[in-house]
Design a protein around this ligand. Structure first.
Ligand SMILES: [Ca+2]
Ligand SMILES: [Ca+2]
Length: 185
């Protein structure tokens, strides 16, 4: 029997919110981390999916569609994950429901959300040091400090290959380089 509805599941893995071994943190309540997952149907209908404590998101009553849905996952301080998800089976004279999923793995270090990790992100972390500013508190432990800057260093000069735009990385800002910030945090 064909499914009348499609379903979707994912468990977004935001790099800075995992354990050192890159596993999901069982001590953590991922509902509090500002994970934003949105599915947009081909007809433009948007659905926001809330993460549960274990970071899982799901929807079971999606309208099957011939064209793919657009998935967008946002977590502060990380690259946005975007992906086309097929949620319709064709070839039966009608579009039938099916299940889809995503491995959404978000790279940490993009504080200003411009799809590149560069000296501007290091400056943003430095300017927010000692505060709890969420975008700069990449690991979301409540304080902006050297641990957050470490994520900028780890993924320095990476670009978000899923982004529609291409932002050139900047290595020097007001005469300051990454080393200026790492030496001071
Ligand atoms: Ca950036
Ligand atoms: Ca932090």
């Amino acid at each position: 029997m064909l499914n009348a509805q499609s379903s979707f599941t994912a468990r977004p893995a935001a790099e800075a919110l995992l354990t050192k071994d890159y596993a999901y943190d069982t001590e953590r309540d991922y509902r509090l981390d500002g994970i934003r997952t949105e599915l947009t149907a081909p007809d433009g209908t948007r659905r926001t999916l809330d993460a549960d404590a274990a970071a899982r998101v799901s929807a079971g009553d999606l309208a099957p569609a011939e064209k793919p849905y657009r998935l967008e996952v946002r977590v502060p301080g990380h690259f946005t994950w975007t992906e086309d998800i097929d949620l319709g089976l064709t070839g039966y004279g009608a579009v039938a429901g099916t299940s889809g999923s995503s491995v959404a793995s978000l790279v940490a270090g993009d504080v200003n959300g411009d799809d590149v990790i560069d000296v501007r992100d290091a400056a943003a972390v430095y300017d927010a040091r000692g505060t709890a500013r969420r975008s700069a508190d990449i690991n979301h432990d409540g304080t902006v400090d050297g641990k957050d800057l470490t994520w900028v260093v780890t993924n320095y000069l990476q670009q978000n290959t899923m982004a529609d735009r291409f932002t050139d990385p900047v290595k020097r800002l007001h005469g300051r380089t990454l080393e200026y910030y790492t030496a001071r945090m």
